[in-house]
Design a protein around this ligand. Structure first.
Ligand code: PLP
Length: 453
């Protein structure tokens, strides 16, 4: 048995972390999470922390589900691995593909597997460019995306994404990707502009980008239905239907990145349903297995799939772990739990609306809060220095980091991105869990206010 100090010393000597300032690790050391059960994670010191982020937006059914461990064990005994290259297959990925197609919006009935959301987006990018080449329009290869978007950490994912910090470190970006204004009313709407009008204006930015690039040059528009890592930016109701209309008008493919929103988070199996749109591709990962195994699924619509099948021949693309049987077995068990426990309906009809109300009541008028917003089980709190002018604190998001640290110390894991606090709890949260989380957020804000105000 290792002590916390020993593990932290080994960690900082040998382990390079994603999205972590390594100087911090050398100073304060990493928080060591050792086990988890239901909605809670536990650290090495024995602290119980309510996991307001569902890991990284993924543990939708909560921790400690025996059924998933059993599914993995049974599959490992039967067939721990086989590939799906060269006309091979195995039953579990086949049955999972059928299940996903059953849950997906109509018209998206084909599945291509990877191990991560980043891989799924890489695949989607290659696929849409290949599609247009097969259609005899290889010049249709530009992609429109949004600033603040997050589409993964591979070179393609980073290029598709619109995170300024990542672009700064991007040596060798994938060309022909342009980024437009996100539908972020809190910062981008004009004084007095209605939500609906702002949604249409944000969609118009996409149309303008298409026209600027030249209609014959644009392959696709890609977007997260609700921007996640960029700060739970929830678009006005007018945005997505207008984006769909624009894409259809100019024959630009519509690619949705549902790596966060897929499998229930917004109160429908897919956020495409929440916004009433039918995309050409949907990328999913995370909650497909509730994070118990690494697995992603790119859902491909009939138009793209038909061309690939009829004109494409071989798609020179794939991963050793495409359709990994153990990950697929875990996904089937996970989707079964989500269905059996009615978690999607629960979010839509009960806990989603309750979270929205409870958060607004608990901290909506707190002096540090400019806005609370949520959809389903995704929420954001905008941290401001002045509620009236929406002026932010100086220090590049350090106020939000301070609040986050207070929240964790109060027993709630949440995240800070820029000046925005984020929540993305497991779908198993009850009204009671939501109340507890809101109390802890309020205490964290009160504690931070003592030094900030
Ligand atoms: N797309 C979105 C919207 C995401 O939030 C993420 C991860 O957070 C990704 C893609 C990348 O997924 P992964 O980290 O599994 O590669």
């Amino acid at each position: 048995n290792f002590s916390l100090e020993q593990l932290q010393a080994i960690d900082s000597a040998h382990h390079l972390h994603p999205f972590t300032d390594h100087k911090d690790l050398r100073g304060a050391g990493a928080r060591m999470i050792t086990r988890a059960e239901g909605p809670f994670i536990y650290d090495l010191e024995g602290n119980q922390i309510l996991d307001g982020m569902a890991g990284l937006w993924c543990v939708n059914i909560g921790y400690g589900r025996e059924e998933l461990a059993k599914a993995a064990y049974e599959q490992m005994k039967e067939l721990p691995y086989y590939n799906s290259f060269f006309r091979c297959s195995s039953p579990t990925p086949v049955l999972l593909a059928q299940k996903i197609a059953e849950l997906a919006p109509k018209g998206l009935s084909q599945v291509f597997y990877g191990s991560s959301g980043s891989e799924a987006n890489d695949t989607a990018l290659r696929l849409v460019r290949q599609f247009w080449a097969l259609e005899g329009k290889p010049e249709k290869n530009r992609i429109i995306s949004r600033r603040s978007a997050y589409h993964g950490s591979t070179i393609a994912g980073t290029s598709l994404g619109g995170m300024a910090g990542m672009h700064g470190q991007l040596h060798g970006a994938v060309p022909n990707i342009v980024h437009v204004m996100p539908p972020y009313a809190f910062e981008e709407a004009k004084p007095g502009e209605s939500d609906d009008a702002f949604g249409l204006r944000a969609a118009k930015a996409v149309e303008d980008a298409i026209l600027e690039a030249g209609v014959d040059n644009v392959a696709a528009f890609i977007g997260e239905p609700v921007m996640g890592a960029g700060g739970v930016k929830i678009p006005p109701a007018t945005y997505w239907p207008e984006i769909e209309r624009i894409c259809r008008k100019y024959d630009v493919l519509l690619m949705l990145d549902e790596v966060i929103t897929g499998y229930g988070r917004t109160g429908n199996w897919f956020a495409a349903e929440t916004y009433g749109i039918t995309p050409d591709t949907i990328t999913t990962a995370k909650a497909l297995t509730s994070g118990y195994q690494p697995l992603s699924a790119l859902l491909v619509g009939d138009r793209v799939a038909d061309t690939m099948v009829q004109k494409g021949g071989e798609f020179y693309h794939g991963y050793t772990y495409s359709g990994h049987p153990v990950a697929c077995a875990v996904a089937l068990a996970n989707l079964n739990i989500i269905e059996k426990e009615g978690l999607v309906e629960r979010v839509r009809e009960d806990t989603g609306p309750y979270l929205n109300k409870a958060l607004a009541e608990a901290v909506g008028d707190h002096p540090l809060v400019g806005e609370t917003r949520s959809i389903g089980m995704m929420a954001a709190i905008e941290i401001v220095k002045d509620r009236n002018t929406r002026e932010r604190f100086p220090g590049d998001g350090s106020a939000a980091v301070l609040i986050r640290d207070h929240a964790i110390a109060n027993g709630l894991m949440m995240r800070a991105t820029g000046d925005t606090m984020i929540l993305s709890p497991p779908l198993i949260w009850t009204r009671e869990t939501i109340d507890t989380a809101c109390e802890r957020i309020k205490s964290a804000l009160d504690a931070a206010a003592k030094t900030l105000i």
